[in-house]
Design a protein around this ligand. Structure first.
Ligand code: PLP
Length: 407
């Protein structure tokens, strides 16, 4: 048993709050969106957390996601199904990035993506609140993480993905015990099917930000960064933004850490990175809008950020603006070039979405949004091994003379 999970501690959650009008909702009850149709945010008694634990207590624990137990929503540890959620390393990307560029390599998490952080939490809460059947729209990685954790605790899952979702994602979802359906549409079209079934009472809707606890899981990225940077934060964070859960979660983590007195008031510039073929947040950012219109005919190699419409749009835009960062779009050719550069020059295989952050970093450097001295974190959200790679067709016939000079 993980040492961070040995006591069945109570949570410090006090209530939930509508992210747009602040309306209060009870803890320990099953919630989807708020009555205003927006995400719910989980609130904690941070004074009590401060009395219960210190930075030193946390640092003395094994380095995994559960060392942050007091800042997480699960009431009974027995409801947590863990697959080993490690703290992910910061890997320098010296050549293709620069001297101060670190990649937070989320590909090392269970199911090979950072969706594990959100789903391990959301599934534990679903179990705690008595949910037995879950449906979800996905571009691939979220479905895989849901399937793994839900299957592990006996919750039935039905997953809908766009029909051009990477093949490996569809297969891993099926292999891990979910019923998976390819749909001839985009992720929000899949979401509409999930919503319809949920309205009929067939299942619980696990769409991004439509249940409150995925943000809490993703928040641990911000908590980890604070600890890894010695209770300071980097100067800039580049986050590939689809639904934006991670960006919203990190921003929330920083506020909670400041209230605890564990970090100061400085914040990194948050860069929301999107693909030019699907950039609703960038368009809204540039137009000075608070919400983002749906992006029509969305298309990009970076499937994980092909999200035409995000329910948490205003939360992403708010965090980016408050931080002094920007929303940036990068084209597919730049994304693929960045993936290639990181692999060939630094030996680190990024997913396309991770490649997008590297491309965006160079764009920001060229336009003076960051400079070379800035300590920068790029998010690689999934293992590069899940994505297509160029062929390597050379073969050697060992029964014939070998031209060693040509090898
Ligand atoms: C889901 C996903 C993203 C986007 O994350 P959000 O927090 O939903 O914006 C980026 N990259 C990959 C590989 C993903 O699976």
């Amino acid at each position: 048993m993980n040492q961070n999970l040995t006591t069945d501690r109570q949570t410090f959650v006090t209530h939930l709050e509508c992210s747009i009008i602040g309306e209060r909702y009870e803890a320990d009850q099953l919630h989807g969106l708020s009555r205003a149709g927006r995400p719910l945010l989980v609130r904690y008694d941070l004074d009590a957390v401060r009395s219960a634990v210190s930075r030193d207590t946390i640092e003395a624990r094994p380095t995994d996601l559960w060392r942050w137990r007091e800042l997480l929503p699960v009431r009974h540890t027995s409801n947590i199904v863990s697959l080993g959620e490690i703290e992910t390393p910061l890997v320098p990307l010296t050549k293709s990035g620069g001297p101060n560029v670190l990649v937070k390599d989320e590909g090392r998490l269970p199911t090979g993506s950072f969706k594990a952080r959100g789903l391990v939490m959301a599934v534990a809460m679903a179990k705690e609140l008595g949910v037995t059947k879950i449906a979800m729209p996905t571009n691939g990685n979220a479905g895989a993480a849901l399937a793994a954790y839900a299957t592990r605790c006996g919750i039935e899952t039905i997953v809908f993905c766009p029909d051009d979702t990477p093949e490996i994602n569809v297969r891993e979802i099926a292999m891990q015990g979910a019923r998976v359906w390819r749909v001839n549409g985009l992720i929000d079209d899949c979401g509409a099917i999930v919503g319809k079934g949920a309205a009929e009472g067939r299942w619980f809707d696990f769409s991004t930000l439509k249940e409150p606890y995925r943000i809490e899981g993703k928040k641990t990225m911000g908590l980890e960064l604070a600890a890894q940077f010695g209770w300071k934060l980097p100067d800039a964070i580049f986050y590939p933004t689809g639904g934006g859960t991670g960006l919203i979660g990190m921003w929330k983590a920083f506020d909670e850490l400041e209230t605890l007195g564990w970090i100061g008031s400085e914040r990194p510039k948050m860069f929301a990175v999107q693909a030019s073929g699907c950039a609703p947040i960038v368009r809204a950012f540039e137009a000075g809008e608070e919400h983002a219109e749906r992006w029509e005919d969305a298309s990009t190699v970076a499937a994980g950020i092909r999200v035409p419409k995000a329910v948490g749009d205003f939360l992403i835009l708010r965090a980016v603006r408050e931080s002094g960062g920007q929303a940036l779009a990068v084209g597919d050719p730049a994304i693929l070039k960045a993936v290639d550069a990181a692999a060939k020059q630094d030996g680190l295989l990024l997913c396309p979405e991770g490649g997008a952050t590297l491309a965006a970093y160079h764009q920001a450097l060229n336009t003076g949004l960051v400079d070379e001295d800035d300590k920068v974190v790029l998010f690689n959200c999934a293992t590069g091994l899940k994505y297509p790679m160029p062929e390597a067709p050379q073969a050697l016939d060992r029964t014939r003379p070998i031209d060693f000079d040509a090898l």
